[in-house]
Design a protein around this ligand. Structure first.
Ligand code: DAH
Length: 341
């Protein structure tokens, strides 16, 4: 028996496995229920008492050695196969073509471009609310009840509370800001607005605007013009010109509408500018002193300008989109064209 044990001991010592599977084979061969070492332990019962001690020690040594060897080999093969797995990652394999990359919505793209331009000249971004009370959407902006200018904007009223409306313009945010902040104020407010209009290629019941507001001592119409001139050149290219036409808004005095030279025909005349060479992009003016007073700002000390533009309109011009409805249909064939912008 001793001889058998010694043979097994040297077999174990020399043993080297090429694979995890081979290690497992040997574990079964030596240590499983019917394995050689287990069988030797069974035979041990019949060993003559005078050599029992010696054989017992040897047998224990054999079992420990076998277990240690198998554990060591197992570990070696397991960590080798893990390393092999990470070594096998091929970073040059093209990605799965069924996973499509998304793109930003064109309105978000243009909104961010506009924010970027104004941020460079010190304008912050402020948020308002889409469900607004009558005061902030109309009355504070010099448009009291029965004022004819309310007809310019077909309003959605909240059925349960007709004092509340879906805001028809982001000018409502101006009022909140002036009520809550002290001049100097320099901020733009992007957001969604709603009007009860029939949906067509040129009109929608929901769209987006960006409002601008600048209040300080001695702010002049020249500041307004220079700010918008800078904006037009930054957004549409340095060759872009602006012109201002007198207009009317209840909350500004004087008021103007701003055109840019047609970006498509460069002022030559085309169907986008209806052969005038100019396209309207926004409304603006000097904040009416009455509005400043309505919002708690001393109109004797402070003056300011405001402007408001439709993001859809600017986007249609920049990317030559012909139908407003495309912005709200979420057709991937349309949206995909803005990947990488
Ligand atoms: N709120 C106006 C509209 O929706 C746009 C506008 C015009 C905003 C003149 C202004 C402004 O701040 O000064 O048609």
């Amino acid at each position: 028996m001793l001889e058998k044990i010694n043979n097994l001991l040297s077999e174990i010592e020399e043993f080297a496995a090429d694979s995890k599977e081979q290690v497992e084979e040997y574990r079964i061969k030596w240590l499983s229920k019917k394995g050689q070492i287990t069988t030797l332990f069974e035979d041990f019962r019949t060993v003559a008492p005078e050599i029992k001690r010696e054989v017992g020690q040897k047998l224990n040594e054999l079992r420990t050695k076998a277990q240690d060897k198998i554990n060591a080999l197992k570990e070696k093969h397991e960590s080798a196969s893990e390393k092999g797995a990470s070594k096998n990652i091929d970073l040059t394999v093209p990605s799965d073509p069924s996973i499509q990359l998304g793109s930003r919505h064109p309105l978000s793209l243009v909104k961010n471009q506009i924010i970027d331009v104004f941020a460079r000249i010190g304008f912050t971004v402020s948020d308002g609310r889409e469900i607004e009370d009558d005061w902030h959407n109309f009355t504070a902006l010099n448009t009291p009840e029965n004022h004819p200018a309310r007809d310019m904007q077909d309003t959605f009223y909240v059925e349960l509370n007709p004092e509340m409306v879906l805001r028809t313009q982001t000018s409502s945010v101006q009022v909140h800001i002036m009520e809550n902040q002290k001049p100097p104020i320099r901020t733009i407010s992007p957001g969604r607005v709603y009007r009860n209009e029939a949906i067509s290629a040129r009109a929608h019941c929901q769209f987006h605007q960006i409002e601008g507001l600048y209040i300080d001592e001695k702010v002049s119409f020249a500041d307004l013009k220079q700010t918008l001139n800078f904006f037009a050149k930054e957004l549409f290219g340095t060759e872009t010109k602006i012109r201002m036409r007198p207009s009317y808004f209840p909350f500004t005095e004087p008021s103007a509408e701003v055109d840019i030279s047609c970006t498509i025909c460069k002022g030559e005349g085309c169907n986008v500018c209806k052969y005038t060479g100019w396209v309207e992009i926004l409304g603006c003016g000097m904040v009416d002193p009455q509005v400043l007073d309505n919002c708690g700002i001393d109109s004797k000390k402070y003056s300011g300008f405001a402007f408001g533009m439709g993001i859809e309109r600017i986007t249609m011009l920049k990317y030559r989109v012909k139908d407003l409805r495309l912005f709200f249909e979420n057709d991937v064939r349309f949206l995909k064209q803005f990947t990488g912008e």
